[in-house]
Ligand binder design. Structure first.
Ligand code: NOJ
Length: 730
């Protein structure tokens, strides 16, 4: 029935209409939404798209999130088009639509697939209500270079954690009613020097073992779409790579959904010096396996009717697009109920889920002398300092478009609400609002950061912030990067705190008032000074529209932090790339002198994160001291909450293969689970370590292999866990 319906529709389409089904246009409502760098007439673009809708020349639209608009444009497609095929609406629903969740790297730091799934299900519910059928998310690119701004959109450095987070997001989005589009296939996170869009040269060994696993997990979780990557991968643009898009994705993994190009990435096959001209770019795109071209104007796929050798590929792609529309119910129910959409967007339950997610994603990096949690009853006054403490726009982070700043709770708001009447909470900006040196491509969607007040005098402002700190019982300093300093097209050559932030922190700490540093970020920053001088450091990321409430919950102990770092936190940019899963050198004893001018260790290791209690690990055991290569073993460990209050802990399992056909990383994460234990409680946690966890891709064999060898196992609360045992594989 489904197939017959698709075949019947396909048979009616002219070659131009088929090309139309394979074209996705941006639709910009406001001229200001068009990036001038795109070289498009901002006034003309929407009219050109509407004309194309009327002649059946559009299969999908992106960037529309208003239900009245999705309905209006859908009507143009259906009524103007002789075959009445509705369009699919895609959108970057990255960490929420109206209810904004913590940024993706923060959600990954929860190490809690259920929280992640629940969050994306809320985002999907809001999106579907306004007429969005499909999100360009999750971004599952492994990132080992934090200079790359898009590290914020992913799950960090590790393929195992990355795969779990990818699958959870796919389940969340698709369970919530929209198609998930894992991106950017593949290797984008390895762009040279962390420079956005630069080429990636990744060995086959790294590609299979490190960069591809999250994509495979997303496909196995049933993702309906995949987005290509912009950059050249090993000399071939990823968006024109038949090997990636067909051989690996479809032939090896059995992906049956549709592939979309990144924006303009088919056309730019010509820019890359790969395709000869736009027609060649279109032909190469569709033959490589790009079903749908995402375009701003003049799509390369306009040329497809003139490429007879691509006829079969075109038909196959049109079938996939129609199948997606059919499966989602878009063909039968193309319009949305605008009143219902408003109700869903306002659902208070969504805010509650976002608040819980923000609580679970914060990472307590340091807490000397148990400065945190604060005892509100014992405090007379709190100084809240730094421009990020009171910036709604920064609190929700980048990659959001349909947010409501009026309902966004800043850290200052949250502390004021939670501190209670007896506590004096005062705010000082302390330093000037720092701007990015170059404007961001997303500034067109509004910075909305409070500007420096009239007559702002930096020296006076710093002095009054320091006075306020000195006169208060505790100083809470919120530092980091403004949200437009990170994200797409926002790579950096350094990890330093921008502007005068360190100066403010140092001056406040020098007052002797107990100081808490809250970091608002999406990448590790240079916190070397803070890590030696500021007793409490809580990484709150960009915590979303309920962020301030969640942060206050954590500061005052209504909730205990339990997040763990999803990346290795280097001391300085000079150590990049730095990740825990490296192999050993021939002189491992020298590992402490990798650089003569800097420690070889990171500032904080992968998997690190404290809480308001302490945990001990004991009785690590393996079900069998010796197992066959195809056998599973189970590894168990006792975890005890040895502190005085209930608290979360992420129990982590690491493996190391001692010898074999390749040298393998010193440690690899192969299991984790987030538990909450009462004070004094012990829980035995068990992990399965089967062939799937032990196999690796061998570059010379060009296949997955399993070695008969000895494995070291560690269990604990970070990648530096010490409790260890071994088992043999025969
Ligand atoms: C370009 C980005 O690389 C991609 O991640 C995003 O989904 C598209 N633009 C659409 O906004």
């Amino acid at each position: 029935m489904t197939e017959e319906r698709i075949e019947a529709m396909l048979a009616e389409l002219s070659p131009a209409e088929k090309a139309g089904q394979l074209t996705q246009y941006f639709y910009f409502k406001l001229p200001g939404e068009v990036d001038p760098a795109l070289g498009v007439d901002a006034g003309e673009q929407p009219r050109a798209v509407e004309a194309a809708l009327g002649r059946g020349g559009v299969g999908s639209l992106l960037f529309v999130a208003d239900p009245a608009e999705t309905n209006r444009l859908q009507r143009l497609a259906i009524e103007g088009n002789p075959h009445g095929i509705p369009v699919l609406f895609g959108f970057d629903v990255i960490h929420g639509l109206r209810t904004i969740f913590p940024v993706p790297i923060a959600m990954a730091a929860s190490w809690d697939p259920e929280t992640i799934e629940r969050g994306q299900a809320v985002a999907a519910r809001e999106a579907r209500a306004v007429g969005i059928h499909w999100t360009f998310a999750p971004m599952v690119d492994i990132a080992r270079d934090p200079r790359w701004g898009r590290i914020i959109e992913g799950a960090g450095e590790d393929p195992f954690l990355g795969a779990a987070v990818a699958a959870a997001q796919v389940r969340g989005f698709q369970g919530g009613g929209i198609i998930a589009g894992p991106k950017h296939f593949a290797g984008y996170g390895a762009s040279l020097g962390g420079r956005d869009y630069d080429e990636a040269n990744i060995s086959e060994y790294e590609l299979w073992n490190t960069y591809l696993p999250p994509f495979r997990a997303a496909v196995e979780a049933g993702a309906g779409n995949i987005m290509t990557a912009y950059m050249d991968l090993n000399g071939v643009p990823a968006s024109g790579s038949h090997w990636l898009l067909t051989k690996v994705l479809r032939d090896t993994w059995g992906f049956t959904g549709f592939v979309v190009s990144d924006a303009n990435a088919v056309k730019s096959l010509e820019t890359h010096g790969f395709a000869a001209d736009p027609a060649d770019a279109g032909a190469r795109g569709v033959l490589a396996g790009v079903d749908l071209e995402m375009a701003v104007s003049e799509p390369a796929y306009d040329h497809l009717p003139g490429v007879p050798e691509a006829a079969d590929a075109i038909d196959a792609s049109v079938r996939r697009i129609l199948a997606a529309k059919l499966r989602l119910g878009v063909l039968d129910e193309p319009y949305v109920d605008e009143d219902r959409a408003r109700e869903i967007l306002a659902d208070p339950q969504h805010r509650a889920v976002a608040r819980e997610a923000a609580r679970r994603s914060a990472v307590l990096l340091r807490n000397e002398g148990d400065v945190l949690p604060l005892d509100a009853a014992a405090l007379g006054s709190i100084a809240v300092l730094g421009p990020l403490a009171d910036s709604r726009r920064d609190t929700i982070g980048p990659w959001v478009f349909d947010f409501d700043l009026d309902e966004t709770v800043t850290v200052l708001d949250g502390i004021r609400r939670a501190a209670g009447d007896g506590v004096r909470v005062e705010y000082a900006q302390g330093i000037p609002v720092t701007q990015r040196v170059f404007p961001s491509m997303f500034d067109m969607f509004g910075g909305n950061r409070p500007a420096d007040p009239d007559g702002f005098d930096p020296a006076l402002e710093l002095a009054s912030a320091v006075d306020l700190a000195a006169a208060s019982d505790v100083a809470i300093v919120v530092l980091g990067e403004y949200q437009n300093m990170i994200g797409e097209s926002a790579s950096r050559s350094s990890l330093e705190l921008p502007g005068a932030q360190l100066e403010l922190l140092q001056a406040v700490a020098a007052t002797g008032t107990p100081t808490v540093l809250l970091v608002m970020n999406g990448r590790p920053l240079d916190l070397r000074w803070a890590a030696g001088h500021v007793p409490a450091i809580l990484d709150v990321w960009y915590p979303g529209s309920q962020g301030g409430n969640a942060v206050a919950d954590l500061l005052f102990g209504a909730a205990a932090p339990g997040g763990k770092l999803p990346f290795t936190w280097p001391r300085t940019a000079g150590q990049i790339p730095m990740f825990y899963g490296h192999t050993r050198s021939h002189e491992p004893q020298n590992q402490y002198r990798r650089y003569w001018d800097e420690e070889s260790t990171p500032l904080f290791p992968f998997g690190h994160g404290l809480t308001y209690s302490t945990f001990e690990y004991a009785n690590l055991s393996v079900s069998a001291g010796s197992a066959g290569v195809d056998d599973e073993v189970t590894v168990s460990v006792d975890v005890t909450n040895t502190g005085g209050r209930e608290a979360p802990e992420v129990v982590q399992l690491y493996l190391h293969q001692r010898h074999g056909r390749a040298s393998r990383p010193v440690r690899e994460l192969k299991g984790f689970t987030r538990v909450v234990l009462a004070a004094g409680e012990t829980r035995r946690v068990t992990f399965t370590v089967g062939p799937e966890q032990r196999r690796y891709w061998h570059a010379a064999v060009r296949d997955w292999v399993l070695d008969a060898t000895t494995f070291d196992v560690w269990a604990g609360g970070s990648s530096t866990a010490e409790l260890t045992t071994t088992f043999e594989v025969r």
